[in-house]
Design a protein around this ligand. Sequence first.
Ligand SMILES: NC(=O)C1=CN([C@@H]2O[C@H](COP(=O)(O)OP(=O)(O)OC[C@H]3O[C@@H](n4cnc5c(N)ncnc54)[C@H](OP(=O)(O)O)[C@@H]3O)[C@@H](O)[C@H]2O)C=CC1
Ligand SMILES: O=C(O)CCC(=O)C(=O)O
Ligand SMILES: [Mg+2]
Length: 421
Amino acid sequence: MSGQKITVNNGVVDVPNEPIIPYIEGDGIGADIWKSASRVIEAAVEQAYNGEKKIHWKEVLAGEKAHNKTGEWLPEETLDTIREYIIAIKGPLTTPIGGGFRSLNVALRQELDLYSCVRPVRWFEGVPSPVKRPQDTDMVIFRENSEDIYAGIEFQKGTDEVKKLIDFLQNEMGATKIRFPETSGIGIKPVSEEGTHRLVRAAIQYAIDEGRKSVTIVHKGNIMKFTEGAFKTWAYELAEKEFGDKVFTWAEYDRIVEEKGKDTANEAQSEAEAEGKIIIKDSIADIFLQQILTRPKEFDVVATMNLNGDYVSDALAAQVGGIGIAPGANINYDTGHAIFEATHGTAPKYAGQDKVNPSSLLLSGVLMLRHLGWGEAADKIENSMDKTIASKTVTYDFARLMDGATEVKCSEFGDALIKNL
Ligand SMILES: NC(=O)C1=CN([C@@H]2O[C@H](COP(=O)(O)OP(=O)(O)OC[C@H]3O[C@@H](n4cnc5c(N)ncnc54)[C@H](OP(=O)(O)O)[C@@H]3O)[C@@H](O)[C@H]2O)C=CC1
Ligand SMILES: O=C(O)CCC(=O)C(=O)O
Ligand SMILES: [Mg+2]
């Protein structure tokens, strides 16, 4: 096929004018949103660079399509191709609840060690929202993507493994104070210092590069001290050790309070803010979910573990119009590998109806274009999105919440975006 490979040299991605980019169409609504979003991306690139740049899509299989064609859900060839071509984009893949296979989405992230799940959440003018001032929500979530309860270390009730584990916990680990009925299933939650460091490093570096004001570490460390609590401690340590005078941490604030009192600590923080230092702070996950609704302006970049990040990203998406418009990227900043990905699922009840909003996948494509350094094409799509939504030409999810909207199909929304590029 024509086009060239993207390469990585010393961690820097080298993008030819005609890169080959593998894509996974996805299950359920995947085919509809891929068709619509990929056409808009192609048109934006064509217009931005007058034909000098062009993406050559290369389909790779995963999910139901892969299973039907090859008998496998996630063929090795798909992983090898993404490894080889460095950057890929995907639609959603089905994960049955309970039995069956584990998440292919999670497997892709783990196999390629895409440790940062980056999900920017910001409002587009005119998008219907359940909050009064959706424009106050402008955050970028860095969700740790390779550890936590998502590691998939779980044991089903009644199995020999779970019996062994309970016996071990009760008889060797001193877990005698809680009840372990025989019907217990058990999941393990690994959180490491290395895993925390690389994620938090990426989040702080992003905040510095993008001129953001703060990084909030979201955790439930009051309850899970050696996993979520340790995440917080390691995050503060990393911030102070590696980013020195570019940051001011709440750990530092606490030390100043202890030594010199609260007034001096407040002064130190104000001074740091005035100097443009990134404030590194933390919030416990439950109150954080309240505060993103009541005081969204106080939060900017967010660094958190896998499960918290999953919840927080859908909750925040709701504030700016829902998961139909919330994009995402899974990135390994060390190897350069990245998979850009819609944050929503396969919405099976809408599959094949050409109905849903393609914006989540499309805006993931915009993140991809920026990652490639093709900002002009990315800007074109975002500007067109502003214009199209302002004209109230929208898919069903927005139309049902907007007065006087024209509801269009998934493909027609793509047509309207192309017209407004
Ligand atoms: N990264 C991935 O690939 C992900 C995969 N999944 C998987 O997807 C499957 C279905 O999961 P489910 O929990 O139903 O979540 P989904 O995200 O698929 O759908 C939930 C609801 O969200 C709304 N929605 C989703 N996508 C869109 C869109 N593009 N435009 C407008 N509205 C949208 C719809 O709301 P309404 O009904 O109000 O119209 C839909 O019913 C599961 O197998 C799950 O594991 C889930 C999340 C991420
Ligand atoms: O893989 C899945 O089924 C769910 C993943 C998910 O919810 C997410 O990536 O936000
Ligand atoms: Mg999710």
